[in-house]
Write a protein that binds this ligand. Structure first.
Ligand SMILES: Cc1cc2nc3c(=O)[nH]c(=O)nc-3n(C[C@H](O)[C@H](O)[C@H](O)COP(=O)(O)OP(=O)(O)OC[C@H]3O[C@@H](n4cnc5c(N)ncnc54)[C@H](O)[C@@H]3O)c2cc1C
Length: 386
């Protein structure tokens, strides 16, 4: 089998998974990551369905489970902090999706990196400056490292992908603001959430407390028109926006805003849809959020892992025909992405309703139905045991 020399931009969820599978299939994988480490203020993300199967095949499912958060339930609060509904996630998960795992993004990235670190080359604190391709390969100039040539280049560098910008076009062509912004940040370890997630809605805004093993996470989502020239790295702008949007809200929100003021690392971004019609241009292809972001509530990680596995599989099936492999990868994985992208607007308006009526309907009707479903599952189990 021909051995491919592949450069992956981004040591995130997609990049590390792809590096693992390329190396395991006998190819050479080099990963270039802009940050100096894999540290992350990210909130919990899910490894679900097809991604959970991939994790089993990578022999990391046990480690992921050991790091999992095992959220017991989701409690919905009114603006005074009183409980309105609760969904028993533990019961639902064990009956509907027993293999699904939820863990901190940083833990997932670390475990995926460790799984591939011995067999792939990692270059930290660097980024691609230029890409020039011909029929046989791609010449890459880096910001810091010496220039090199690869057979293929994969952009697994997230929503703001440099590979997409260099080889496909400007962000404005592909990135669509979905109407919301999201922020997460770690709280002091004594902020305590146990194993329960708490969610408080006011029209157009959600403030939540998410358990995350030792360090609980504050989670903010709000509807906001697109901010022109929005800079996802501008911490002062993020702090000012959160102060403005969440001022005057009760429960523990003032405490979360204290943490915002003191923070030097907040994950803050636009909730966006990335639509790239063709995920490959010659010998350069996109993966994960770079090709098809559905960022909200953690599904992006599942798609990133499943997509990386699919891409490594098709490249290994036909290493001498990467263009054909890229087409098959998109044909298969694109179906999974489309189903998630379709749900984004519905999920967003259910989790962050824009009106008091929407909140009422969401918590009293939808979440109480889920609550009843959990009770029915528990009762069914009890009856079966008798
Ligand atoms: C620090 C961080 C925190 C996050 N927190 C959350 C969260 O709280 N909630 C949520 O829903 N989603 C979060 N996400 C996004 C979520 O991880 C992704 O939606 C999902 O995992 C898809 O994975 P991905 O590998 O495609 O992209 P990502 O996981 O975003 O990984 C992309 C990687 O590429 C790197 N990168 C970016 N630009 C360059 C460049 N120019 N050169 C080299 N490397 C580059 C990034 O540093 C990152 O390591 C976070 C992402 C990051 C990077």
């Amino acid at each position: 089998m021909a051995r491919l020399k592949v450069l992956i931009s981004g040591a995130g969820i997609a990049g590390c998974t792809l590096a693992y599978w390329l190396a395991r299939n006998g190819h050479s994988a080099t990963v270039v990551e802009r940050s100096g480490s894999l540290s992350s203020s990210g909130s919990p993300v899910g490894v679900r369905g097809p991604a959970a199967d991939v994790a089993e095949r990578m022999n990391i499912a046990t480690r992921l489970r050991e790091a999992s958060i095992r959220v017991a339930g989701m409690t919905f609060l009114d603006s005074a902090g009183r409980r309105v509904a609760r969904v028993d996630l533990e019961t639902l998960r064990s009956s509907i999706a027993p293999k699904d795992i939820e863990l901190a993004r940083g833990d997932l990235a670390r475990i995926l990196h460790e799984a591939s670190a011995n067999d792939a080359e990692y270059i930290f604190e660097d980024s691609i400056r230029t890409l020039t391709q011909d029929d046989m390969g791609v010449d890459v100039v880096f910001e810091n490292s010496r220039a090199r040539r690869f057979d293929l280049v994969i952009g697994a560098d997230g929503l703001h992908s440099i590979v997409r910008r260099l080889a496909f076009g400007a962000d404005a062509e592909f990135v669509r603001h979905a109407g919301l912004y999201v922020a997460t940040l770690p709280l002091p370890s004594n902020a305590g959430a146990g194993r329960e997630m708490f969610m408080l809605n006011t029209p157009g805004k959600l403030a939540a407390l998410h358990p995350s093993r030792a360090i609980p996470v504050a989670f903010f989502v709000f509807w906001h028109p697109e901010i022109p020239e929005f800079d996802y790295t501008d911490l002062d702008l993020h702090k000012a926006l959160l102060e403005k949007e969440f001022a005057g809200i009760g429960w523990r929100v003032p405490e979360f805003l204290d943490a915002v003021r003191a923070a030097n690392d907040i994950y803050f971004d636009s909730v966006a849809r990335v639509d790239v019609a063709d995920w490959a241009r010659g010998r350069i292809a996109l993966l994960g959020d770079a090709s098809s972001c559905v960022s909200l509530f953690g599904d992006g990680s599942t798609l990133a892992i499943a997509g990386a596995y699919q891409l490594a599989t098709t490249l290994t099936e036909s290493p001498t025909d990467p263009r054909g492999a890229f087409r098959r990868y998109q044909a298969v994985h694109g179906k999974l992405v489309a189903s998630k992208q379709k749900n984004l607007a519905r999920v967003a308006s259910r989790i962050v309703p824009k009106t008091e009526t929407g909140i009422w309907l969401s918590t009293r009707v939808f979440w109480r139905t889920m609550e009843a479903l959990g009770t029915a599952v528990r009762m069914g189990r009890k009856l079966r045991r008798q």
